[in-house]
Design a protein around this ligand. Structure first.
Ligand SMILES: Nc1nc2c(c(=O)[nH]1)N[C@H]1C(S)=C(S)[C@@H](COP(=O)(O)OP(=O)(O)OC[C@H]3O[C@@H](n4cnc5c(=O)[nH]c(N)nc54)[C@H](O)[C@@H]3O)O[C@H]1N2
Ligand SMILES: Nc1nc2c(c(=O)[nH]1)N[C@H]1C(S)=C(S)[C@@H](COP(=O)(O)OP(=O)(O)OC[C@H]3O[C@@H](n4cnc5c(=O)[nH]c(N)nc54)[C@H](O)[C@@H]3O)O[C@H]1N2
Ligand code: SF4
Ligand SMILES: [Mo]
Length: 712
């Protein structure tokens, strides 16, 4: 490249496809190379800032290898490159053959919250509508709890907030959320809050990076959130710290709730949460004294054995104090992946496109007419859940699996169960940008696809904002996108007319937009072109209402009207349950898991390619141990321990000493495959989201440094 004035640079605005903020970035391109990445100024989410992952997205232009042809496993175990046409035909024929031999539901898919809306929509069309089988998403590992909680409490999966609420709130309460690490740009919005005397409160058993930066930290016992939230609700009622008018006009079942929580006395709360009476009373007063109180939750809540009820207990607090629908308030679920929100409504897995149950006749008729198919063509029931799919493979009922944009061999709970499953599959298609991911080890077909820089589509962020991914770099020979790969298999299956109108992502966008018409997520006023170089658009944005909806920071429930038949929000509650995995003499430690650093992304396939992230990230699995506990066990920094889990497995970790985890806790970042070797198969009963943060374990010091693979 020649130095000098960069006057031939082309600027393309696109969306970061890591976390749920969906920051917009301006990519400057010269000779089909990104030479500069600048966070988009004026974009309402990130206005000129972004984190280390977004700024280094252009690394993928060199690290994603140009090997563009798919591969099929041969009898001798090797992978042979074939043409795309051959691969499409092979996969289509194998899918049909398996269905013919073992039944319709003997093949399945695992989708994702990290592709474009159009990509998982077409995957859902091919697999769920046409093949009539099951596709769940990695969003099950992440957002399923919030989805169920919203549906039951609000009548629709509709988080109501806008990011501006973080700047306007005077009392910001994070529950099981660590945005300093996981959502740095969201944390930036907290830092911009100018409300005099505003307070940041963190509820987390661990003194997380966010807790370290907060005004109040409530380090409750693991898995005692539901008890704490009911105790606080009871105190708010006893002290009459309620918004009676809101409760009366906009909610249902409050009287039942009042009776129910009267059992949750302060004494009981103290005993179960490990917090003092003063702390619980202080938290109650903070909620009462705030004029604009906002609650924000993430995986510390969603990933638990009574997670849905915990999320709803947060919603209940917002409802009873009238902290919803107004600036700076809300019971706000923070999403994880860049397009989890899109996946929740447009992947055709748990609901019809645009929302609505598979059994809802009006919705079936609407979606079928938009897609130009007979109603009977549409999937008839929600998908089997992720755990049922893996269990189905291990039970020999499911023989074919197609995964895209997810790495379950690493990320699935009790991940050895996935390893076992992968070996049993007769057809295992892995579609990824890296052929080196752990999940691809046992694949029978590998589909290499291009990364986000080379494709286009639509993303929806945590505050319901649609934004455009636009192609930044031209593609090389044979390089195709996820959309084209799925379309290719669909055509090879003989879908024919059922793929009419699905020819390009832009066509699919139009279909999905029509499916949204009249639904809470109506975005019929958004056009493909209009989204380009824009500020993004929050749903709802119905056609004809564009003028009234110009504001960039819109929230739902401003009139106190919800999506239930009565228009009222519901108090949802249920008795606190016994922890299925309590600490015991045999397993005295909690094995807490979560994000390790701003730079590391999940299974690290992408972020390990970024030199300045990789240079500062440990290559070997590690965990944090309380300094005193380490001393008592003769353990020093960087010593190795073998951790034995309640799931019957063990794994090796190096030890990092810290005073920020409590005595009873070991905290393991999820970015190493060893982490989920130890998490048990335990799920919330309603959402089937894994309880990823609640394993119990014991450890032994290793006398010598063991050999550990450096796969990660
Ligand atoms: N750098 C980076 N950022 C990411 C990601 C990444 O991999 N890397 N992933 C993205 C995705 S998909 C997601 S879902 C989000 C996740 O974002 P977060 O949920 O904020 O992150 P986690 O680290 O999983 O967990 C949050 C906190 O839950 C706490 N916790 C554990 N048990 C309990 C409990 O019983 N009660 C309470 N109250 N808290 C508990 C943990 O100690 C931890 O501090 O991050 C997104 N952002
Ligand atoms: N113990 C524990 N386990 C957890 C969690 C936890 O807190 N604790 N969190 C859970 C949560 S919230 C989540 S979201 C999951 C995440 O788990 P995964 O979804 O398995 O993790 P990722 O590493 O994000 O996997 C994404 C894959 O997509 C590939 N990819 C990237 N871009 C593209 C593309 O454009 N096309 C295609 N086809 N592939 C692409 C990447 O190379 C990578 O292999 O992990 C879950 N696992
Ligand atoms: S905060 Fe999230 S969306 Fe923004 S640059 Fe970082 S990873 Fe990307
Ligand atoms: Mo997630």
């Amino acid at each position: 490249m020649k130095s000098g004035i960069k006057n031939r640079m082309k600027k393309i605005q696109s969306t970061c496809n890591y976390c749920a903020l969906d920051c917009n970035l301006d990519f400057y391109v010269e000779n089909n190379r990104v030479v500069k990445t600048v966070p988009t100024r004026g974009y309402p989410v990130n206005d000129g800032f972004c984190c280390i992952k977004g700024i280094s997205l252009s690394r993928q232009q060199t690290t994603v290898k140009p090997c563009a042809l798919p591969r099929i496993r041969q009898a001798d175990g090797s992978l042979k490159e074939v043409s795309w046409e051959e691969a499409f035909t092979h996969v289509a024929e194998r899918l049909k053959a398996l269905q013919a031999e073992y039944g319709t539901e003997s093949v399945a898919g695992i989708s994702t919250g990290q592709l474009t809306l159009e990509e998982f929509a077409i995957f859902g069309h091919v697999m769920r509508n046409y093949l009539k089988t099951n596709v769940d998403g990695n969003t099950r590992l992440c957002m399923a709890t919030a989805v169920v909680a919203h549906k039951q409490s609000y009548g629709f999966d509709a988080p109501g907030y806008t990011l501006q609420d973080l700047e306007e709130s005077d009392t910001i309460i994070f529950i099981g959320a660590n945005p300093v690490v996981a959502h740095p740009i969201l944390w930036g919005r907290v830092r911009q809050n100018q409300v005099p005397g505003h307070k940041v409160i963190v509820i987390d058993p661990r003194e997380s990076e966010t807790a370290m930066n907060a005004d109040y930290w409530y380090g409750l016992n693991w898995r005692s959130d539901l008890l704490l939230l009911y105790t606080v609700a009871n105190l708010l009622i006893e002290k009459d710290y309620l918004d009676h008018a809101f409760i009366e006009n906009h909610t249902e079942k409050f009287e039942e709730f009042r009776t129910f929580v009267s059992d949750y006395t302060l004494e009981r709360g103290i005993k179960g949460t490990g917090l003092s009476g003063e702390q619980i009373l202080e938290l109650t007063e903070l909620i009462h004294n705030g004029k604009k109180v906002s609650f924000w939750w993430t995986m510390g809540v969603n990933q638990g054995y009574e997670a849905v009820r915990t999320a709803q207990a947060i919603i209940n607090l917002a409802l009873m104090t009238g902290n919803i629908g107004k600036p700076g308030t809300g019971a706000n679920s923070i999403t994880g992946q860049c397009n989890a929100m899109g996946s929740r409504l447009f992947s055709n897995t748990a609901v019809l496109y645009g929302g609505g149950d598979f059994t809802n006749p009006a919705r079936r008729s609407r979606v079928a007419s938009v897609l130009g198919v007979d109603e009977s063509f549409l999937a008839e029931k929600p998908t089997k859940t992720y755990n049922q799919i893996i269990e189905g493979i291990n039970a020999g009922e499911i023989k074919g699996l197609w995964i895209l944009c997810t790495n379950p061999r690493h990320s699935w709970a009790n991940n050895e169960t996935f390893a076992e499953a992968a070996k049993k599959l007769e057809l295992f298609v892995v579609q990824d940008i890296y052929g080196t991911i752990e999940s691809a080890e046992d694949c029978t077909v590998y589909f290499p696809v291009v990364p986000g820089l080379k494709k286009e589509g639509t993303y929806i962020n945590l505050e319901r904002r649609l934004s455009a991914m636009r192609q930044v770099l031209a593609r090389g020979e044979h390089e195709i996108s996820d959309y084209e790969a799925v379309l290719g298999v669909g055509r090879a299956l003989g879908m024919g007319d059922a793929l009419k109108g699905w020819e390009t992502p832009q066509d699919c966008f139009r279909l999905m937009r029509e499916c949204s018409r009249g639904m809470p997520c109506d975005f019929t006023g958004v056009t493909w072109e209009g989204l380009e170089n824009s500020h993004g658009v929050q749903w709802p944005y119905p056609e004809g209402k564009e003028e009234q909806l110009r504001d960039d920071q819109r929230r739902l429930y401003t009139e106190g009207v919800f999506f239930t038949p009565s228009g009222k929000a519901r108090f949802m509650f249920e008795a606190v349950r016994e922890n299925p995995y309590p600490r015991s003499e045999e397993f005295p430690f909690v094995f807490n898991t979560g994000r390790g650093s701003v730079g590391q992304w999940h299974t690290q396939s992408r972020t390990k390619e970024v030199k300045f992230i990789e240079d500062v990230s440990l290559k070997k699995p590690y965990l944090y141990m309380n300094t005193e506990v380490a001393q008592e066990n003769g353990i020093h920094e960087n010593d190795w321990v073998r951790v034995f889990s309640v799931n019957g497995r063990d794994a090796l970790f190096t030890v990092k000493l810290t005073d920020h985890v409590r005595r009873e806790e070991l905290y393991a970042p999820i970015h190493y495959i060893e982490c989920n070797r130890l998490t048990p198969s335990c799920y919330d009963p309603y959402s089937k989201e894994p309880d990823y943060k609640g394993a119990v374990v014991r450890f032994e010091k290793c006398q010598e440094e063991p050999y550990v693979s450096n796969k990660n």
